[in-house]
Design a protein around this ligand. Structure first.
Ligand code: GLV
Ligand code: MN
Ligand code: MN
Length: 416
C-alpha cells in the first residue's frame, strides 16, 4: 500500500458539510435550488469562508466567481498546484450531491493535509467553479479559466429568468469588468482531479465502488426560435394562423428520431421553453426552445446540429412560420489523462476497492480543465442512477471511498 494511504478523510466532517449545504436553497421537495449568484449561493460562499477561517485555509474568488482555496500554512515549495474540486451550484430542484460531493471532498482533502502536513513537492488547491450548471453559460467558471470572455460576450449572457450575468455579478458587489480577466495558463496548474457522483446506473448495477472516467461527452446548446404571427385566440380562424407553438410541438415530437438518426449514443433534450408574449388567449408570436444535445463524437455533434436545423425548417414550413437556430455553446468531448487515470486506479485498488473504466455522459468542468492541464475524474455510484432531481442519492460509504481515492491521488500527484 502507498505511503499516502495512511491518511484518511473524515466522513463525519464530509457528512456534516453535505447536510448543511443541503439546507442552503432547500426546496419543499427535499431538493436544492442553488443557482450561482442567487441568495442561496451567497450563503454558500459565506459558509465556505467560515470553514476556511476555522481550518486555517485562505480563500480567493476570481472575477467570475470561481473560488480557490489553499492551506497556506503548509510548507511546500512554490510550484504550480495540484487542483481538486467541483461545483456548489445546482440545477433548479436539483439534488444534494451533484458537484457537492466533489467540492466537499476536496475541501476535506485540504483539511486533512493541513493537519497532517505530509511532505509535498507542490501545493494543493481546491477549485469551486462558478455556474457549472450553466444558468448563464454552460460551465461558465471553467470556460472563463480556459479563455477570457470579452466584455461584449459577457454583456450578452442572460440567465433563465432573463437577468443579465453582469447585473448578477454587480449584485454580488463585484466589478463585472474583472470577469474578463480570469484565464489561467497551463503553467498555473500542474494537474486537476474531480470527484463526482456518476449520475447514471452503471456503477450501482455492476456493484463497483469506483469509476475512473475515460472521456467526457461533447455537448452543445442552442436556441431554436419559431416565429409566427401574434393574434387573438378567439377570433383568428385556425386556417389563418401562423402559430409557432404548433411548429414547436411538431418539432418536439421528433426529438428521439432526430437524435437516433445520427448515432445510438446521441441525446437531444428541450428542458426549457419560452413563449412570447405568453397569455392563454393570445396566439403566440414566438416559441423559443432551449436545446441541449450531446454525443462523444464531435462529428456526430455537428451532424446533430444540422438535423435539428433541417427538421425545424420542415416543421416551420408546415405551419407557415420562420425557424432560426442560434448555437450558444459547444464543449468538445475530451479523453482524460491516461497517467492520472492509471494512478487513480492504483490507489483505489490499494484501498481494496473495485474499479472500472467509465465514460461520462454528463458535462463537467473537468472537460474544460483538460484543455489546460492533465485532468482526471473519479465517479462513485448514484442510487438508481438518478441525478438532476431531488431523488439524487449516494451512500456515505461510497462518498468516503471516493474522497479517500481523491486524497490519495492528490497526494501522489503533489509528491511528484
Ligand atoms: C451538468 O450537470 C450537465 O451535464 O449538464
Ligand atoms: Mn449537474
Ligand atoms: Mn455536476
Amino acid at each position: 500500500m502507498s505511503k499516502a494511504a495512511a491518511l484518511n478523510v473524515s466522513i463525519e466532517r464530509i457528512q456534516r458539510d453535505i447536510e448543511h449545504l443541503a439546507t442552503l436553497g432547500q426546496t419543499p421537495s427535499g431538493g436544492v435550488s442553488r443557482t450561482s449568484f442567487s441568495s442561496a449561493d451567497k450563503q454558500m460562499r459565506q459558509w465556505l469562508h467560515g470553514q476556511c477561517q476555522e481550518h486555517g485555509l485562505t480563500m480567493r474568488t476570481d472575477g467570475i466567481g470561481n473560488i480557490f482555496i489553499r492551506a497556506e500554512g503548509m510548507n511546500v515549495p512554490k510550484a504550480a498546484p495540484v487542483c481538486a474540486g467541483s461545483h456548489l451550484d445546482s440545477v433548479p430542484e436539483g439534488g444534494r450531491y451533484d458537484g457537492i460531493v466533489g467540492s466537499v471532498a476536496a475541501l476535506e482533502v485540504l483539511r486533512v493535509l493541513g493537519q497532517a502536513a505530509p511532505a509535498l513537492q507542490r501545493p494543493v488547491e481546491v477549485v469551486i467553479f462558478a455556474d457549472e450548471e450553466g444558468n448563464y453559460h454552460h460551465l461558465l467558471g471553467s470556460t472563463a479559466l480556459v479563455d477570457n470572455f470579452t466584455w461584449e460576450e459577457l454583456q450578452q449572457l442572460r440567465g433563465r429568468e432573463g437577468d443579465l450575468l453582469v447585473d448578477a455579478l454587480s449584485a454580488m458587489d463585484w466589478d463585472p469588468r474583472h470577469a474578463t480577466r480570469t484565464a489561467l495558463s497551463s503553467h498555473d496548474v500542474h494537474a486537476f482531479v474531480e470527484l463526482h457522483i456518476e449520475q447514471g446506473p452503471v456503477l450501482e448495477e455492476s456493484h463497483t465502488d469506483i469509476g475512473i472516467v475515460t472521456s467526457i461527452v461533447g455537448l452543445a446548446g442552442g436556441q431554436l426560435d419559431f416565429v409566427g404571427s401574434q393574434d387573438h385566440a378567439g377570433t383568428t380562424p385556425m386556417r389563418l394562423r401562423r402559430d409557432p407553438m404548433q411548429a414547436a410541438g411538431s418539432f418536439l415530437g421528433q426529438l428521439a428520431r432526430i437524435a437516433s438518426g445520427t448515432s445510438s449514443t446521441a441525446v437531444l433534450t428541450c428542458g426549457l421553453m419560452e413563449i412570447e408574449p405568453g397569455g392563454t388567449n393570445v396566439v403566440p408570436r414566438l416559441a423559443r426552445l432551449h436545446l441541449d444535445f450531446r454525443d462523444p463524437d464531435p462529428d456526430v455533434l455537428s451532424q446533430l446540429e444540422q438535423r435539428i436545423i433541417d427538421c425545424a425548417s420542415n416543421a416551420a414550413n408546415q405551419y407557415g412560420v420562420e425557424a432560426s437556430f442560434r448555437r450558444m455553446s459547444v464543449t468538445a468531448p475530451v479523453p482524460l489523462d491516461p497517467h492520472i487515470r492509471a494512478l487513480l486506479r492504483e490507489v483505489a485498488l490499494g484501498r481494496n476497492l473495485s474499479v472500472t473504466d467509465i465514460p461520462s455522459g454528463a458535462g463537467h468542468d473537468a472537460q474544460n480543465m483538460a484543455r489546460l492541464t492533465p485532468t482526471a475524474m473519479i465517479f462513485i455510484p448514484s442510487a438508481g442512477g438518478k441525478s438532476h432531481s431531488p431523488q439524487e442519492h449516494s451512500s456515505w460509504q461510497d462518498i468516503e471511498h471516493g474522497a479517500n481515492v481523491l486524497l490519495d491521488g492528490v497526494v501522489r500527484l503533489a509528491q511528484a
